[in-house]
Ligand binder design. Structure first.
Ligand code: NAP
Length: 264
């Protein structure tokens, strides 16, 4: 029997998930029974497409921008994590039902070199930041949130937790996560974010959710300051690994996924 998987988004052609997940399926010996593809889908037809996927042989799907809230809305069952974040990045089609999960939150925690401790600063207040703040608040970390539009940081904290920090001293934080889109279009992090060259120090962990350049200028600055760094590809791999384990029940082959994501 054929088991199809997909990432649903718009745009989605740039996604590294097909290369990463197909590398994992091959490593697990699940090819050709299982396969993973990218499907570009408009918001207007998202629900109709998802409702017909099980019939077309799909076992599950990842969901990316701009459909994560719609993915939660279309589901028959949703995890507490997906409900609390207000978004799902993983759908599973089983027993005639659509199940929604959010693996962005556990993916972030799995990518960290050690469990977060002390104070964590999250930059951004969009969809990615919601999952990051929810994950970090759940570990007991003291979470500060900065966003270019401060009202969105206030709304996020009122909804999920953490405290707005409109003028943060990043060096005073043990963990800094860039969950904003800064860097995606080549923006200078020292201009667009509340960071200085002396914001980074040994003993600190800096995560950049943005991936593309290898490493991003933010991670270069962080390394120069002596911080440990985690890049956006590792975050992608860890959320994808959690999704793959849900669908297949197999332990995810992380190294094959890293190689697939890097080359994809
Ligand atoms: P989103 O919902 O559109 O939110 C974008 C965020 O970036 C907002 O907080 C926005 O601030 C901020 N922003 C955009 N341009 C900015 C600028 N020039 N200066 C300062 N702030 C700026 O997007 P998202 O889904 O949260 O994604 C955010 C980033 O995370 C994207 O780069 C995405 O590729 C990345 N991401 C990576 C992974 C991964 O697996 N590695 C997963 C998810 C997302 P305002 O509120 O002021 O507009």
């Amino acid at each position: 029997m054929k088991h199809r998987l997909a990432v649903l988004g718009q745009p989605v052609a740039h996604s590294r998930s097909p290369a990463m997940q197909n590398a994992a399926l091959a490593e697990l010996g699940l090819v050709p029974g299982w396969s993973y593809e990218a499907i570009e889908v408009d918001a207007e037809v998202f629900e109709e497409l998802v409702r017909g996927m099980a019939e077309r042989g799909f076992a599950g799907a990842n969901v990316t921008v701009p459909h994560k809230a719609a993915a939660l809305a279309v589901s028959d069952e949703a995890s507490d994590t997906a409900r609390a974040i207000g978004a799902a990045n993983t759908l599973t089609f089983a027993d005639g039902a659509i199940q929604a999960e959010n693996t962005d939150a556990p993916g972030l925690l799995a990518a960290l070199p050690e469990p977060p401790r002390g104070r964590a600063l999250v930059l951004g207040a969009g969809g990615a930041a919601r999952a990051v703040v929810w994950a970090l608040v759940g570990t007991g970390a003291e979470v500060g949130v900065w966003n270019r539009t401060p009202e969105r940081a206030e709304a996020l904290c009122a909804d999920i937790g953490g405290a707005p920090d409109p003028d943060p001293d990043a060096a005073a934080y043990d963990l800094v996560v860039n969950a904003s889109a800064v860097g995606l279009g080549g923006e200078d992090p020292l201009e667009a974010l509340p960071l200085r060259e002396d914001s980074f120090r040994p003993g600190q962990v800096v995560v950049d959710m943005v991936y593309g350049a290898d490493p991003t200028s933010l991670l270069e600055l962080a390394s120069t300051g002596g911080a440990d760094t985690v890049d956006g590809l590792e975050i992608l791999v860890r959320q994808g690994a959690a999704s793959l384990e849900l669908w297949t029940g197999c332990d995810a082959p992380l190294d094959a996924m890293r190689a697939g994501a890097r080359d994809g």
